[in-house]
Design a protein around this ligand. Structure first.
Ligand SMILES: C[S@@+](CC[C@H](N)C(=O)[O-])C[C@H]1O[C@@H](n2cnc3c(N)ncnc32)[C@H](O)[C@@H]1O
Length: 234
């Protein structure tokens, strides 16, 4: 396998060096954007089906028009750009905690960046999604029609221990305060459907569905799967 790398950005962070690079994989015949933190791969543009399905499945469960949407975790932008494909979305706020990630999109470094930042419905916000959910919304704050979350590996495997409280009954009840009465919470997970998490989410939501999203994996030549949970208040 031959590969060519181009480092597009490098930034030191408290968690290690963050690198964005573009790689042309000759054997697969594709250009891949990938992000590494230290020696660990954080994100890759090679698989984006489930990230896009997070937006599609989450928004498919929302009724009405003029939707206000919150995306937790900007990353390479595939969930966010998929949400914008729904013409009912009027405003999409995307929260990310890493200044570098927002900066890459503002500089147009990633494939979807220009469409994302050029869309007047997009607002990129530097913040901690989990801290925002823990805080009670002010009366003037938006109650979102949909919250789409892709930050952690799964409800059981978090990037940071401070995220864990969201995936508890009280954490999810706190999140519902940021949702409209008929609002929907959708969550990406790298793990198979987790009955225990479905039960936990069921204590805060009226209905919880776990969708298995299969996609071709050119690295293995087989099929891989992610899970998208969709939780509705009504
Ligand atoms: C797996 S990526 C999201 C991928 C995205 N769904 C896509 O389509 O490319 C996770 C993102 O969450 C961000 N993140 C990590 N901790 C966060 C936090 N506490 N609040 C908001 N974003 C966070 C990371 O910087 C990263 O950009």
């Amino acid at each position: 396998m031959s590969a060519r790398f181009e480092e597009l950005d490098w930034q030191p962070t408290p968690m290690g060096d963050l690198t964005l690079r573009r790689r042309t994989d000759a054997s697969l015949g594709v250009e891949i954007f990938e992000v590494k933190l230290g020696d660990e791969f954080l994100m890759s543009s090679l698989f984006t089906v489930a990230e896009e399905e997070l937006a599609r499945l989450g928004l498919a469960a929302v009724r009405g028009d003029h939707l206000q949407v919150l995306v937790g975790g900007l990353g390479l932008g595939y969930t966010a750009i998929a949400a914008l494909r729904d013409p009912r979305v009027s405003v999409m706020t995307v929260i990310d905690t890493m200044p570098a990630v927002i900066d890459w999109h503002e500089r147009g470094l990633l494939p979807v960046s220009e469409s994302l930042t050029g869309d007047p419905r997009t607002r990129l916000v530097l913040d901690d999604f989990f801290a925002v959910m823990r805080r009670a919304p002010e009366p003037s704050d938006i109650r979102y029609d949909a919250i789409l979350l892709d930050v952690d590996h799964s409800p059981r495997h978090q990037l940071d221990p401070s995220h864990a409280d969201l995936y508890t009954p009280s954490g999810l009840r706190a999140l519902t305060r940021h949702l409209a009465d008929e609002g929907v919470f959708a969550l990406w997970s790298d793990d198979p459907p987790d009955d225990e998490f479905v039960a936990i989410a069921g204590s805060a939501f009226a209905r919880v569905e776990a969708h298995v999203v299969d996609f071709d994996n050119p690295l293995t030549g087989g099929t891989s799967s992610n899970t998208v949970y969709v939780a509705t208040r009504l």
